[in-house]
Design a binder for this molecule. Structure first.
Ligand code: GSH
Length: 231
């Protein structure tokens, strides 16, 4: 018989697995966490995500669900009446939230990785993309926070906050390693105050990877990408 309960298979530095943990915590769903070794994937892990072979995977009552955004929707569907609602009731509003979730999910992580692992023109392009997308997001967020972000709390976090928090709360580590500012209080004040509010919440503190450990891994990635060890 399949094991009852929820198991998150993740990796400590991954915003994709952190957002799944955060959603379960917001809902108050107990779960077990299993750290996967992505350099040496075990047979069981390949069985639960045979298509993409990536974390996160949520195994609920023995059944695997893959891809972070699909897992978040599954959590909201499965525990609709448990804890706070993560999506609005109105279908048009839900579509708007999903649109900006997709934007945050798809526009930043790859560019930050490029900024960390490249130099010269490629790095400049990635940094300029990040600044451009931040401005677009700043405009987009006005719909959700017309009166500012001070009302956000552990109890009112929605899916957009969960995805935004997982992507942007760890940004300080990349900013420190690269000596840059990605989230500028003057150029994108709403994104800045959103992320600062999220950073102040205990649930985000619990699910954001430790700053020093992130600085270490980002510095390492940058070093091996810019100056690969000679064979
Ligand atoms: N689209 C996926 C992305 C997940 C992802 O990129 N996971 C990375 C870790 S951050 C991974 O498992 N990489 C292992 C590999 O590519 O072999 C999601 O949203 O869940």
């Amino acid at each position: 018989m399949a094991a009852a309960g929820s198991v998150v298979h993740g990796m400590w530095a991954s915003p994709f697995s952190k957002r799944v943990e955060l959603a379960l915590k917001v809902k108050g769903i107990p779960y077990e966490y299993v750290e996967e070794d992505l350099k040496n994937k075990r047979q069981y892990f390949l069985q639960i995500n045979p298509v993409y072979k990536k974390i996160p995977v949520l195994v609920h009552n023995g059944k695997p669900i893959c891809e972070s955004l699909i897992i978040l929707e599954y959590i909201e569907d499965t525990w609709k009446n448990t804890g706070p609602k993560l999506l609005p009731d109105d279908s048009y509003e839900r579509a708007q939230v999903r649109f900006w979730i997709d934007f945050v999910h798809s526009k930043f992580s790859d560019n930050v990785m490029q900024a960390i692992t490249k130099d010269g023109e490629m790095q400049e392009k990635a940094i300029s993309n990040i600044h451009e997308q931040m401005k677009i997001l700043d405009e987009g967020l006005k719909r959700f926070y017309p009166n500012g972000t001070s009302g956000i709390s552990n109890e009112t976090l929605g899916l957009l906050d969960i995805v935004g928090g997982s992507v942007f709360c760890p940004f300080k580590a990349s900013e420190q390693v690269l000596g840059l500012k990605f989230i500028d209080p003057e150029k994108t004040p709403l994104v800045y105050s959103w992320v600062e509010t999220l950073r102040g919440l205990s649930l985000l503190k619990e699910t954001t990877p430790p700053h020093d450990k992130q600085v270490q891994i980002i510095t390492y990635f940058r070093q091996i990408s810019i100056n690969p060890p000679s064979a």
